[in-house]
Design a binder for this molecule. Structure first.
Ligand SMILES: Nc1ncnc2c1ncn2[C@@H]1O[C@H](COP(=O)(O)OP(=O)(O)OP(=O)(O)O)[C@@H](O)[C@H]1O
Ligand SMILES: [Mg+2]
Length: 577
């Protein structure tokens, strides 16, 4: 509860930032409410005049009623527009803040959190908050003002009739309270089922090869039918409650109006009130239903909106584990000297992945890192990039702790080709130029040539403007890798890390890439994580990693002669080419 209150305050803070708009919306609502509550009042005057046989001012009342009603309608229109505008600009800021935060979070965060959940948070939770804010400013504010003005107006006319009319308030409230959660549970079930249906369809299409190979089409079809039925059920549930809603509400209103007629009639017979008063009250009762429902609805939704908002704020509040130090500087990497000094690292704080790793890669050296799967090779590469920070020890580049670099400046000066290559759904040219958007076409082509993919790109009808991904061409594993290499080379980095860069390419290509790279890399520090024997023969030095430590190092021949882990790996893996 305490937490929810804090969240509410935070939502309101966002709204208050747009105070000018808020004041405009509130003023419009006040004017609109005043216009609308005067209509029953004027009707009352008109009816009383008719009752007493004085019709001289009727045309005047008619004009007032019509113009107030039209005026109220117009103001309502404008205020709705500005409410929406207000709500949208509030949510725009929230969404921006979330996005900015996500972009600044450490790499580790994305490994820990389920990406699907994260996407749900930024889309559906933010959406829920958006709906609440729209309801709050466009519905609640206007409703509250209308309710208060109508209530004051009714009180000034007759206290007893006001009290009778107010019976409607708790009834509408309980009504909304009864209905909303039930409707909502159907809606949620419908939405969840719909989500399940979508992912099932997605799996059924992307996994079609496997499904056919395993001949499980029937099972999928049955799953689909069950889900589809559940969806239908939920939607019918919604329809059922909706069907009850209006008739019941109309009935309740009519009963209370009758009560007012009866009690007011008695009073009118005694001459204590006028017929006009009774008519005015029946109009007020009808006028209050919507505002009451809105108020009830918002009160009930408040808690839920806060829960959604708290999930959104939770993301905003995550402290990135890799933080830029306040004294971080833009440091130019001149030589590309990489040193690991007694580095201990664990992802979860329980299992050590690197255990006191010591390693030196001298400027301009081409070093291969090998080791069994899971030995920490990729982890080591990620620590240089500062995707994570080690718990103990330090990593130095040109003698400077990587934590002294501005994170951007560090990452921009190191070219990395990840083991799992990610390409954006964009053109080939943009995919290569991602790290250097201002790159010229010549630079892009140069990088592509070095990565041995220029010829392939040129052979495509649209060349470098060819789109990749769902709405474009599909590339083979090797082509993707070469593209990623081109991307890493375009910034002309001092240090280059290749995580299994050639595992998917054929021997010819690998050789070509390697030749191009070694020529291009002259003077650059290259760390290549690989299983390919042909690559291992070309490097200056091989470092063998096992269980988070360097166990052997030397040239291919030296290590083979030694008969240790490298020799064993060589027999098992490398020589299989
Ligand atoms: N994000 C992560 N969170 C938790 N554990 C991780 C994470 N990434 C890797 N690990 C674990 O750390 C260990 C080392 O992983 P790493 O990816 O560095 O191995 P690798 O040597 O690159 O293996 P491979 O040759 O298969 O690429 C593995 O046991 C792995 O399960
Ligand atoms: Mg790896």
């Amino acid at each position: 509860m305490e937490k929810v209150r804090g969240v509410g305050r935070r939502i309101f803070k966002y709204i208050l930032r747009k105070w000018k708009l808020l004041i405009a919306v509130a003023s419009l609502n006040v004017i609109g409410a005043i216009l609308s509550v005067y209509v029953p009042y004027v009707s009352r005057l008109a009816i009383n005049d008719i009752v007493y046989g004085d019709v001289s001012s009727l045309w005047f009342y008619a004009i007032v009623i019509v113009s107030f009603t039209v005026g109220h309608g117009l103001i309502n229109f404008v205020s709705r527009y500005y409410s929406e505008f207000l709500a949208q600009s509030v949510i725009y800021e929230i969404r921006n803040d979330v996005y900015r935060r996500i972009q600044n979070l450490s790499y580790g965060f994305f490994h820990r959190i389920n990406t699907g959940q994260l996407v749900a948070r930024v889309t559906s939770d933010v959406n829920q908050v958006r709906r609440f804010i729209i309801q709050l400013v466009s519905g609640f504010l206007g409703s509250l003002i209308t309710f208060v003005s109508a209530f004051a107006m009714m009180l000034s006319l007759n206290v007893e009739l006001t009290l009778i009319s107010m019976i409607i308030a708790p009834i509408v409230y309980s009504f909304v309270k009864f209905l909303v959660p039930r409707l909502r549970s159907f809606f949620i079930r419908a939405r969840e089922t719909y989500g399940d249906i979508t992912s099932l369809i997605q799996e059924a299409t992307t996994g079609i090869k496997l499904i056919k190979a395993l001949t499980v089409e029937r099972a999928f079809e049955e799953k689909f039918l069950t889900l589809n039925e559940r969806y239908l059920d939920s939607m019918l549930g919604v329809a059922r409650y909706r069907a009850i809603f209006w008739p019941t509400l109309t009935l309740v209103t009519s009963l209370i109006t009758l009560l007012v007629y009866w009690y007011g009639g008695l009073k009118a017979l005694g001459g204590q009130i006028t017929i006009g008063d009774i008519v005015a009250f029946s109009l007020y009762i009808n006028m209050l239903i919507w505002p009451l429902m809105w108020i009830g609805f918002i009160v009930i939704s408040y808690q839920r909106a806060c829960v959604a908002a708290s999930r959104v704020f939770e993301i905003m509040d995550v402290e990135p584990e890799v933080k830029e130090s306040p004294n971080a500087r833009d440091i130019r990497i001149e030589r590309g000297h990489v040193v690991f000094e007694n580095v201990w690292f664990s992802y979860d704080g329980k299992h050590w992945i690197l255990r006191g790793l010591n390693l030196e890669v001298r400027p301009g050296e081409v070093v291969a890192i090998v080791g069994p799967t899971g030995s920490g090779k990729t982890t080591l590469a990620h620590l240089i990039m500062r995707f994570y920070d080690p718990q103990k020890g330090r990593i130095l580049i040109d003698g400077v702790d990587v934590r002294s670099f501005k994170i951007d400046s560090l990452r921009r000066q190191i070219g990395i080709v990840h083991q799992d290559i990610f390409l954006f759904s964009d053109t080939i040219r943009n995919n290569i130029a991602y790290g250097k958007p201002e790159a010229t076409m010549e630079e892009v082509m140069e990088a592509a040539k070095l990565a041995y993919i220029h010829d392939f790109i040129s052979s495509l009808p649209q060349g470098y403007e060819t789109r990749i991904g769902e709405r474009g061409v599909t590339l083979s594993g090797g082509q993707r890798q070469r593209l990623a290499i081109a991307r890493a080379l375009i910034t002309n980095p001092r240090i280059i890390i290749l995580d299994d860069p050639t595992s998917n390419v054929d021997y010819e290509t690998e050789k070509a890439i390697y030749d191009a790279l070694t020529r291009h890399f002259r003077g650059k520090t290259v760390i290549v994580i690989t299983q390919r024997l042909s690559t291992l023969r070309l490097v200056d030095r091989i470092i063998v990693l096992d269980k988070g430590k360097v166990v052997e190092e030397g040239s291919h021949e030296e290590l083979l002669k030694k008969g240790g882990l490298y020799a064993k790996l060589y027999r098992l893996v490398f020589s299989r080419e």
